[in-house]
Design a protein around this ligand. Structure first.
Ligand code: GAF
Length: 384
């Protein structure tokens, strides 16, 4: 039995008795295709070997008793009173219960304990992992017979309605559908997906954590989404067939948006380039050309920093230090942005030098050491 499983079970027993179900749901990385999901483009995420663990059990009343083991915090609510709370972490569980109720599943009260080793606020999507763990556990406990895709959609809706982030589908999809050793090429419009083997021979995936957590990240994220929608509305005046930036070409962006509001122009330019870049990067991946793949990652960082403006100085420094390392094949900021981690593809025989160089140079500039995580690609949500 895994240590995490044992620990979450112990914490549950200490308060509530024997858990009915224990579930593991992982955090995710994304190789390329950033902010493309809500523009109905493609993404290339994978689940990792850092996860959220939930132990859950039913109650005989309508009460909800939650305990966050790592924070040592309790929260109590009721099925009659499902609404977002000022404290963030309970929202991921309450939001899922609310979605299930709204989809016609009559729940009973429940007890739940959550722990994990996904770094919080680091851009590895711990929130999606909690949502997926919760819905998967409830599906098992009450035999709701939901398929994985329905659970992903409800988990995403929970994030919209209870966490207030109008996220795309990538994070919940990656957590739920991850497979060891493979990245998921997901078409966020059709939701068709293919697994591409990610050849880790001679390569390590290293995340460097800025430790920066931007308090306005969710409002800035929602603003980016609005700017893309504003761009689509302008393009549609001339090209009504364009339903999302997925359908737009760079020529359309230049014709309809150059000279208009600069933020809208820049967001859309980045987006159309990134959707195209992901396709080219996947071709490199399939050819086994990891250096070529990595070059596209550096380009993505430039676009996210200069055009999409979701980077910050710490992320820019980490990406630029990585550029200076001969052991790094590709690097860029990862996830929503405004803090969190960079993702780096590093040659295995140069891992130590790379970590030492980047950490020392970063500490010289910011007077703090960046955390780093070496991650492996792992399976998605599962019953333990
Ligand atoms: C966050 C969101 F939750 C995802 O849907 C995605 O948009 C990502 O930012 C950026 O690619 O993680």
């Amino acid at each position: 039995m895994s240590l995490m499983k044992e620990r979450v079970a112990e914490l549950f027993r200490a308060q509530f008795g024997e858990p009915a179900v224990i579930v593991r749901s992982p955090g995710r990385i994304n190789l390329i295709g950033e902010h493309t999901d809500y523009n109905l483009g493609f993404v290339l995420p994978a689940a990792v070997d850092k996860a959220i663990y939930i132990a859950i059990g039913p109650r005989n009343d309508e009460a909800i008793h939650l305990y966050a083991g790592d924070l040592e915090e309790s929260f109590t609510s009721s099925l009659h009173d499902l609404k977002p709370t000022a404290k963030q972490w309970p929202n991921y569980l309450l939001g899922v219960a609310d979605q299930l109720e709204k989809n016609g599943h009559r729940l009973a009260g429940f007890n739940a304990v959550v722990i994990g080793d996904v770094p919080l606020g680091a851009g590895l999507s711990s929130s999606a992992a909690v949502e997926c763990a919760t819905i998967f556990a409830m599906n098992e406990m009450w035999s709701l017979k939901l398929d994985r895709l329905s659970m992903v959609k409800m988990a995403q809706k929970a994030e919209h309605e209870f966490a207030g982030v109008k996220c795309g589908i990538m994070d919940q999809f990656a957590s739920m559908f991850g497979q060891t050793g493979k990245v998921i090429q997901l078409d966020c419009r059709s939701l068709e997906y293919t697994y591409i083997p990610f050849n880790m021979e001679g390569i390590r995936i290293i995340l460097f954590d800025t430790g920066v957590k931007h308090s306005l990240a969710s409002s800035a994220y929602n603003k980016r989404r609005e700017e893309c929608e504003a761009g689509v509305a302008l393009i549609q005046q001339k090209f009504p067939e364009v339903k999302s930036l997925r359908d737009a070409s760079i020529e359309m962006v230049e014709t309809c948006l150059a000279g208009k509001e600069v933020a809208v122009y820049h967001r859309c330019k980045y987006m159309v380039e990134e959707i195209d870049r992901l396709q080219k990067a996947c071709t490199r991946l399939e050819q086994g050309d990891m250096a070529g793949f990595g070059e596209y990652m550096f380009e993505t960082h430039e676009g996210l920093s200069k055009l999409y403006e979701v980077s910050c100085k710490e992320l820019d420094v980490l990406a630029s230090l990585a550029r200076d390392c001969k052991g790094v094949l590709g690097a860029r900021m990862m996830g929503g942005g405004f803090g969190g981690c960079t993702i780096n593809l590093v040659k295995e025989d140069q891992v130590d030098e790379t970590i030492a160089f980047i950490a020392e140079q970063y500490a010289k500039i910011f007077e703090k050491w960046p955390q780093h995580y070496i991650v492996a690609i792992d399976n998605g949500t599962s019953l333990l």
